[in-house]
Structure formats: structure tokens, C-alpha cells
Design a protein around this ligand. Structure first.
Ligand SMILES: [Zn+2]
Length: 341
């Protein structure tokens, strides 16, 4: 892939959007900024979506929103970045997180920006800096089924109130992975995980989020209702290089680790020591790492293997559990925090 410069599409009329999401994406062909003029042109909000080509809820919501001839003029200017169009269109559609041979786009928003994805990332950051938006929302889907949640890198009231417009759950992380939300963009920025890639509830969450982003007068006023559920500094359970992994109903011969086929059911609930997560050899914890913020691997404090079955050692809240081995191996099996009663 050559270095690509994102194109800009300004105020597309509804009839130009196409009759299907595929037609909409085919018109863009590559990473595209869609700029919509708002009622108050002195303010701008940025929405980023499709950083991952297999996470369609944001672009589906955008397609329906742009096609709606009765759509209200947004409160402010909206600059919407649709990123991994080519990956999304690669057959089978919406199955490629990124193009084969390229890095994960949402790990490229930090120097040295030397890959084709890094080149795009640097241009996105530069344009956000020029736009001086009041907020940036980066809309994703999780690879496993589960409820929506927001992610922030700063525990600042503006960030919390922004997140609370969109979700009742907020994860605070200081992990430095090269994600867009870690980059200094000069305004509050959150990631919104709408839910599973093919969950109807995730598509509905994306539609609602786009409505709020385009229609709310003030994104930084705490909405009425209960305080947001805050999960601080999750750890990632990762699997070491070279360890083979599958999912099943029992230990699968030929694999080092078999995770329970229905492990997604633990997403955001409290998982106790009695609940089996999968099957590993008796020394199987050696296959994993769970690094805390002091850089220590504390997997033995969190997990245990009893009779070849993997369990938590204390109540944990697990989330972003993926049922896909290739993502679990390349990224992580899931995130976790200690559950507070
Ligand atoms: Zn994503």
C-alpha cells in the first residue's frame, strides 16, 4: 500500500450518498473526511470511525444519517473521518480489522509514523489540530458481544461528562498502545465502543451517539441520572508468542490453550473463582502475562489453574473479551479490573 492522503467530501447531498453502505464506501475508496456545515460554524466536533475495517456500526449510522433528507442541521460543524475503507471493502466485507501486511491502524497514532497507516495517522492528527474541535469521539465495535462503554486516558470532569453523554460505563486507562485517544489533540477525546460488531444494539448505540454528537448544545454538562460506572486502569491478559489458542467446550487436542467457547458471557459481569474460563496444562499460567502499571506480571495473583481448568483467583470484571483467536493472540484475550463489591 502506498502512502495515501485522506480526501475531503464537503456537505454531500443526501442523494449522493448511494443506496447501500457498500456503495457509500465505494465512492470514498479510501480514508475520507466528510465535513458537514453546522448551525454554529464557530464550533466543530470530530467523529472518527472505521479505524478498524471490521467494526461497521459507526459507518452504518453515518450512512443513514447522511442519506436522511429530513436530517436537522447539526448544532456545530461536524468533521467525520472514515478511515479503513479499503480494509472494510476487502471481501468478505467488514471482516478485516486492517489490510493484510499492515499494522493495526489504532496502534499508529504515535511516532515514528513510518508505516502507510502512520502516515495517515499523522495527517489525521494534523487536521484535528487545525480544526480545533471542542471534542473528538472515536467510534468502534468490540470483537466480542457485550454492552457499550467509553474509554478515556484522562480522569478530567470534561472527559467524564463527555463520555457520559454516550455510555454509562467508562474505562480509565494509562496503557500506551498508540491509539488515537492517547494523542494530544487539544480537546477532550474519548473512544466509544458501541458493542459487538454485528449486534443490533451496537448499531442502535451508534445512531444514538451520532444524534447526540450532532444535536446536543453542550457535550460537557453532566447529564441527569446516576454517576458513570468507572473502571480504573485495566490490565490486559495477553498470551505469549508461539502459544497456540482455540475456543471450545473442552480442552482441544493439539492446542496449548482452549478458552471456553462462551467466554464472552463474562463481558462486564463479575467473574468469580468458581467459573471456568478454559483449559490449560497445569503450568499453563506460564503461557500468559498480566502486567500491572509497575511493569510487574501479576497473573499468579489474579488467576489459577485447578485440575487443568483456568479460573480467576478473586472476583474480577472482565471486558473486551474476544472470541477470535487471531485477535486474542495479536492483541489480548481480554481486559480486567478487580471487582469491587
Ligand atoms: Zn476498534
Amino acid at each position: 500500500m502506498q502512502h495515501v492522503t485522506p480526501q475531503t467530501w464537503k456537505d454531500p447531498p443526501p442523494e449522493s450518498i448511494g443506496t447501500s453502505i457498500k456503495a457509500f464506501l465505494c465512492q470514498m475508496r479510501g480514508p475520507t473526511w466528510i465535513d458537514i456545515t453546522g448551525a454554529d460554524t464557530s464550533r466543530t466536533r470530530v467523529l472518527v470511525t472505521l479505524l478498524h475495517g471490521n467494526e461497521p456500526s459507526g459507518v452504518k449510522a453515518l450512512f443513514h444519517w447522511l442519506r436522511d433528507p429530513l436530517r436537522a442541521i447539526p448544532r456545530t460543524n461536524m468533521s467525520i473521518f472514515v478511515c479503513s475503507v479499503e480494509a472494510a471493502l476487502t471481501e468478505p466485507e467488514f471482516s478485516h480489522r486492517y489490510l493484510p501486511g499492515l499494522p493495526d491502524m489504532n496502534r499508529c497514532f504515535r511516532p515514528p509514523y513510518d508505516s502507510p497507516c502512520g502516515y495517515i495517522a499523522r495527517q489525521v492528527l494534523r487536521r484535528i489540530t487545525v480544526l480545533k474541535p471542542e471534542a473528538v469521539v472515536d467510534m468502534h465495535n468490540t470483537s466480542g458481544a457485550g454492552p457499550d462503554f467509553a474509554v478515556t486516558t484522562r480522569l478530567d470532569p470534561l472527559y467524564i461528562n463527555l463520555a457520559q453523554q454516550f455510555s454509562s460505563r467508562l474505562i480509565l486507562t494509562e496503557l500506551h498502545l498508540g491509539a488515537l485517544m492517547e494523542a494530544p489533540v487539544g480537546c477532550p477525546i474519548i473512544t466509544l465502543e458501541c458493542g459487538g460488531s454485528f449486534d443490533l444494539s451496537a448499531d442502535q448505540k451508534a445512531v444514538t451517539a451520532l444524534e447526540i454528537l450532532s444535536r446536543s448544545d453542550n457535550l460537557f454538562l453532566a447529564p441527569p441520572g446516576p454517576e458513570i460506572d468507572l473502571y480504573r486502569h485495566p490490565l490486559r491478559l495477553e498470551i505469549k508468542d508461539g502459544v497456540s489458542l482455540t475456543y471450545g467446550e473442552q480442552a482441544e487436542p493439539g492446542y496449548d490453550v482452549t478458552l471456553a467457547f462462551d467466554i464472552e458471557k463474562h463481558n462486564f459481569g463479575i467473574t468469580g473463582p468458581g467459573e471456568p474460563l478454559g483449559w490449560v496444562p497445569h503450568d499453563g499460567l506460564d503461557y500468559f502475562t498480566a502486567i500491572n502499571d509497575q511493569g510487574l506480571d501479576i497473573k499468579h495473583d489474579l488467576f489459577q489453574v485447578i485440575d487443568g481448568v483456568l479460573h480467576v483467583k478473586l472476583p474480577l470484571r472482565l471486558f473486551m473479551i474476544t472470541p477470535r483467536p487471531e485477535i486474542a493472540i495479536k492483541d489480548c484475550l481480554f481486559y480486567l479490573v478487580k471487582a469491587t463489591p
